[in-house]
Write a protein that binds this ligand. Sequence first.
Ligand code: ADP
Ligand code: ZN
Ligand code: ZN
Length: 660
Amino acid sequence: MPVARVALDVPLPKLFDYACEAAPPIGARVLVPFGAKQVVGVVCEIARASEVPAERLRPLGRVLEDTPPLPAEWLELARFASDYYQRPLGEVIAGALPPRLKRAEPLRARAAAATPSAETRFTPGPALTAAQIAAIEALQSALGRYAAHVLYGVTGSGKTEVYLHVVRAALERGTQALVLVPEINLTPQLERELRERFPGVAIALAHSGLADTARARAWLAAQAGGARIVLGTRLAVFTPMHALGVVIVDEEHDASFKQQDGVRYSARDLAVYKAHLARCPVVLGSATPSLETFANALADRYRLLRLPDRARAEAALPTVRLVDTRRDAPADGLAPAVVEAIGARLARGEQSLVFLNRRGYAPVLACSACGWVGDCTRCSAHLVVHLGERRLRCHHCGLEAPVPRACPNCGNVDLTPFGRGTQRLEDSIVARFRDARVLRIDSDSARGKGRWEAMLRAIRAGDVDILVGTQILAKGHDFPRLTLVAVANADAALMAADYRAPERLFAQLQQVAGRAGRAELPGEVLIQTRYPEHPIYQALVAGDYERFARAQLEERAAAGFPPAVAEAVLRAEARELDAALAFLAHAITRAPTAADDAALFDPVAMTMPRLAGWERAHVLVQSRSRRALQNYLSEWIETLYAERAPRGVRWHVDVDPVEF
Ligand code: ADP
Ligand code: ZN
Ligand code: ZN
């Protein structure tokens, strides 16, 4: 009797065996008994016999035939993710499947999608620039085989137009395109563009904002081949494709491509592997490629395609100026030079954006009498004051409390909000520019169905004079009337201990600066800082990403950080920090010993130890060789899985971590 080996959503690194009369197809969804329950799993292997004794081998429930078996290539990607990220295959598969397909109730069939027509209609766009033509030709000639490309194009250089032409070429060959963007917010705009340029072409969306059934249907349409283009966020990388012809990762440097819980995968890196499996090109696009990607380009593993200028002849890159706040002291958050620049825009009927990457009214509420500070009880973080709703909120775990009337410690009624968030900045801008129409855009104000789209429309229609916003505004949007970007406070990021902080800050400021002057009106960027001589700010003024990136790569290599080395952490979480540290100290004694090619560091608490009631600590592992690191980790983890973790301690491995 054949044995089906099934992946289940269970934190154990193994497949589960079930006896069956006839072997189900590999990749089939099946309903199987597990303990007292019936659960949905995926058949990964068929074996002739099982190591489970015959009397304990349970029979397979039934094959779920409402969906076709998952393709071999899809299982291959899941296996790769399981090996690379050191997570059980069952967990990877469960994390990848749309929630609706983890339920057994059959998905009702829908009328078959129209068969794809051979002639792709393509609405022509603007006449291409020479740089766009060169990039498109390079990418078109790469179709049909695996090759990784970095499309390094300054903001406004017309990367989207390059993507569209490459998608068109892939569709004309009868293949499909997968397009990934870092945030849900960026999907509507690109979806609209794709629908306009490819009329009649079936496009499937894949992101967490879709209803369960819609997401499952889109998944099936991609697998059957009816959907020609799949557009989505990081989870879209797991969409099964009938005939994948090109993969595009827009804003590839964005940290949102890294999943931060469960299977901690990088969708950008999996996208590269997916292209490899499908033997098709992958395009990683960015104005500030990640240092990992840039290093791959410098090493000729990825091919570098440059778009050095803005696409529109009339749109020059904005000029960047530093406002030294030691001399030009801000009042209510804005230096006189910035106030003046905003005033000039108002007089000319142009738009300004004041960027502050901190939402809420103030980041801290404190008592000046006794020193009490409003802290989250569940995280090592201050509660943020949201004055409008009179709430204190933790931006890490979501905990909420009313703003206290008096100090809970000493009764003083004079509690002071310290620091400045977007709400407070908005208030002071409204007070200063009485006739201006001010709009605050952050994830608080943009929450709610249709709000974000409505705000974008208002900006485009010219119904807004001054925008106050966080990084939510920084990415991918085109605001033709916006000519001034003022960065209110970026210095805090210079002090961060994280070695990735300079890279992130540079990318973020370059992105937000890129919103200025995208049409015929020239753009200006003013950065308020106490450290105008800092190399990051100097690089921004020079507009020289490449020099900045090379310098960072040298620093990282000298200090022994990625991408010069590969790294992973073993992270432990417990109610008490000591328990997490003790587990890690024990885990180290179980680590492979004969390993000169991997270095193990001491257990330490994370930079923000407490999150949502869990104390977190980790052990860092580094190696010059990615392969050596993989081998080391899998050997180590095997022993850890074999032992039972102490009660109340949970652990996981994070490969290529971005949080320390
Ligand atoms: P990026 O993604 O590189 O920042 P976009 O793709 O958003 O840039 O393009 C910036 C603007 O330039 C868009 O309004 C786009 O329509 C326009 N554009 C792109 N290519 C051309 C071109 N060849 N000629 C004129 N305008 C172009
Ligand atoms: Zn007090
Ligand atoms: Zn919290």
